[in-house]
Design a protein around this ligand. Structure first.
Ligand code: PEP
Ligand code: MG
Length: 324
């Protein structure tokens, strides 16, 4: 069974009706990229860079140390895209204790991710310069977590330009056309998607947080874990809306939350029009097996019934038909 699954890594990833699908890997440590490549990933869709910042026994990594780590992933991926998500601390992910910087707080609604980065512009600029320097050696990209406000977008893009200027002044190499993407993981962002489509090169949907914020369920609170439901009709309709708008605008859109790596969700996501998936490398072949069996044309013709089903029995029936 495992043997058979491993054989799948050599076949192209396409559906029965020949729709090409891109499978990328989520990684937390640079060395994870080796497994990603071994299992056939065609890039790193999400490098959770904050894991470089969470060591309680060490100072925050400086520009050179970060550059070495990003460079390592870029080198291991041999020219394939590497989406480096800027530091996403706060909520359940604490910054290393020795850090002499503003505290993030533990509320998922508090100072986390890009909100924190924008309050610490020197740390953010340091990270941006390190990513930019890695972009001279391969396809490093900058991905921004948890944006919701246009002024956060504007400030972020301004700091990226500033980091480029600083490197230019130092005479250090970087890709001036580095791609910059936004994570769509706050419902407000999904509801004003053109603001993001107009300002970024690509989008990546963080379903873990999108579900948390849309359903008002703290994803770290076990007392409400039973209400954390990826199949809530509000979630499915929001996902369809994001994917559909992005496809119409011709801007790449991926899902990099856990949903993308759940083989029981693959058909549904294909039916919603998704073609780019990013997941923990252990899930790559399980999801690929589902893709190779799927007929996107058929799934798309059946997905509207799922989206329109609000009553649980109706949804169950529509989903059963879709999965058949
Ligand atoms: C997400 O929110 O879906 C996501 C991929 O980011 P993280 O799980 O790191 O918050
Ligand atoms: Mg997230």
């Amino acid at each position: 069974e495992t043997h058979k699954l491993l054989e799948l890594k050599y076949s192209p990833t396409a559906t029965v009706d020949q729709v090409a699908i891109e499978l990328l890997a989520n990684i937390e440590l640079p060395e994870d990229a080796t497994q990603a490549i071994d299992l056939g990933a065609i890039g790193v869709g999400l490098f959770r860079s904050e894991f470089l910042f969470m060591d309680r026994h060490q100072a925050l990594p400086d520009e050179e140390q970060q550059y070495q780590e990003y460079r390592r992933v870029v080198d291991l991926m041999h020219g394939l895209p590497v989406n480096i998500r800027t530091i996403d601390v706060g909520a359940d992910k604490a910054l290393g204790a020795s850090a002499d910087v503003s505290q993030t707080g533990t509320s998922p609604l508090g100072l986390r991710a890009i909100r924190w980065s924008l309050t610490e512009p020197e740390i953010f600029l340091t990270q941006l310069r390190a990513i930019l320097r890695a972009s001279a050696h391969g396809q490093a990209r900058i991905m921004i977590p948890m944006l919701a406000h246009v002024r956060e977008i504007d400030e972020t893009l301004r700091l990226i330009e500033k980091a480029k200027q600083q490197l230019h002044q130092r005479g250090q190499a970087f890709n001036p056309n580095i791609q910059v993407g936004a994570m769509i993981e706050v419902p407000a962002a999904a509801l004003v998607l053109p603001l993001f489509i107009n300002r970024f090169d690509y989008l990546s949907i963080g379903t873990n947080d999108l579900i948390q914020y849309t359903l008002a369920i703290d994803r770290a609170d076990h007392a409400v874990a039973h209400l954390y439901d990826p199949l809530h009709p509000a979630i499915l309709n929001l996902l369809f809306s994001i994917i559909d708008q992005a496809k119409r605008a011709n801007i790449p859109v991926a899902v990099c939350g856990e949903m993308a790596g759940d083989p029981t969700m693959t058909k549904l996501l294909l039916g919603l029009g998704l073609t780019d998936f990013s997941m923990h490398f252990s899930q790559l072949l399980l999801v690929k097996r589902e893709i190779l069996k799927a007929d996107v044309g058929l799934l798309k013709s059946r997905v509207m019934a799922v989206l329109q089903a609000i009553e649980p029995e109706d949804q169950a029936q529509a989903l059963e038909k879709l999965m058949a």
